[in-house]
Design a protein around this ligand. Structure first.
Ligand SMILES: [Zn+2]
Length: 273
C-alpha cells in the first residue's frame, strides 16, 4: 500500500509547478484515504448483507406471497362436494374434529379461491351448503342440474392403521355402460379418460404439499362418484387419524394453501381441454 501511494505521488507531482502539485496532492490524498477506508470496510459491508434466514421467517415470507392470477379458460362451472354432512359426520380426529366440518371448510376456501381468480366468469356450486343431511342422489342431482364441467368430492382418510395415512385419489371404474343400462350410479364411467387426466393433475400438484405423505390413485365403485354426469374425482386431502395432520387443521392458512394447490390442479386440467 505504502509503495503504491508514494509512486502515485511522485508520478503526479512535478516540482516545477507547486500550486498544481498542492491541488493534486489534496485531491489524491482524499482519494487515497477514501479508497483505503472503502477497502478496509468492504468485508464488513458484505457481512452486513448476510443473515441466516430461519425456518419461521421463510414460512412467514412464503405465506405472504401472492401468486399471479391464473384464470380458468374453458371450465365455467365447478361442482365441489363437501363429503358427509348432517348426522353423517364421516371420520374423526383424536380430538374429535369431524370430517364433515373439515370438508365444508375446505370447500368454502376453494370456492373463494376460484372466485378470487376468475370473478364472475366461473361459477362454483357446493353440493351441500349447510349442516343438512344430503344423500348421494341429491348431490348428483345438484351437480348435474348445475351443468358443471368438473366435479370434486372432498374427503379425508380415516382408519387406525399406518397405511391409511397415505392419501388416495379415487376414480370410477373403467369401461363403457351397457346399452340400455338404467343404472344412474355408473354414469361417471363414460368420463374415464378425463377422470384419469384430472386425477394425474391432482397428484402432480398435491405430491409436494405434504412432506410426510404420498398420494395413490385407485379405481373402483365409490359412492361419492355415483350418478355424476361429468368428469370428476374423489380426493382424500388429509388423514384425520394422523397426529401430524391434526396439528394443521385449526390453522386458517392451511385451508387457504390447500385450496390454492387444488386450484392449481384444476388450472392444469383446464389447459388440457
Ligand atoms: Zn369421507
Amino acid at each position: 500500500m505504502a509503495v503504491w501511494v508514494s509512486s502515485i505521488i511522485t508520478f503526479n507531482f512535478p516540482r516545477s509547478d507547486y500550486n498544481v502539485g498542492v491541488k493534486r496532492y489534496g485531491l489524491l490524498a482524499f482519494l487515497v484515504i477514501f479508497s483505503s477506508l472503502s477497502i478496509l470496510s468492504y468485508p464488513n459491508r458484505i457481512e452486513a448483507l448476510e443473515e441466516t434466514v430461519t425456518e419461521q421467517e421463510l414460512r412467514e415470507e412464503s405465506l405472504s406471497f401472492k401468486p399471479r392470477k391464473r384464470e380458468l379458460l374453458r371450465i365455467k362451472k365447478i361442482a365441489i362436494d363437501p363429503g358427509h354432512g348432517g348426522r353423517d359426520f364421516g371420520a374423526k380426529s383424536r380430538n374429535l374434529f369431524l370430517e364433515k366440518e373439515f370438508t365444508h371448510r375446505l370447500a368454502t376456501a376453494l370456492k373463494k379461491t376460484i372466485e378470487d381468480q376468475n370473478g364472475r366468469r366461473v361459477s362454483v356450486i357446493l353440493t351441500r351448503t349447510g349442516r343438512n343431511d344430503t344423500d348421494q342422489y341429491k348431490r348428483a342431482f345438484a351437480a348435474n342440474s348445475s351443468e358443471a364441467h368438473v366435479y370434486l368430492s372432498l374427503h379425508t382418510a380415516s382408519g387406525y392403521d399406518q397405511s391409511s395415512r397415505d392419501l388416495g385419489i379415487y376414480l370410477s371404474e373403467k369401461g363403457t355402460l351397457k346399452a340400455g343400462s338404467d343404472s344412474w350410479k355408473d354414469i361417471n364411467r363414460k368420463y374415464s379418460a378425463y377422470n384419469a387426466v384430472l386425477a394425474g393433475m391432482f397428484r402432480k400438484n398435491l405430491d409436494g404439499f405434504y412432506e410426510h405423505k404420498k398420494f395413490f390413485i385407485r379405481r373402483g365403485k365409490f359412492i361419492p362418484l355415483f350418478g355424476i354426469d361429468m368428469p370428476g374425482v374423489l380426493i382424500e386431502v388429509i388423514a384425520l387419524n394422523d397426529p401430524k395432520d391434526e396439528l394443521m387443521i385449526n390453522e386458517e392458512e392451511f385451508y387457504e394453501k390447500l385450496a390454492q394447490v387444488l386450484y392449481a390442479a384444476l388450472v392444469d386440467y383446464d389447459q388440457t381441454l
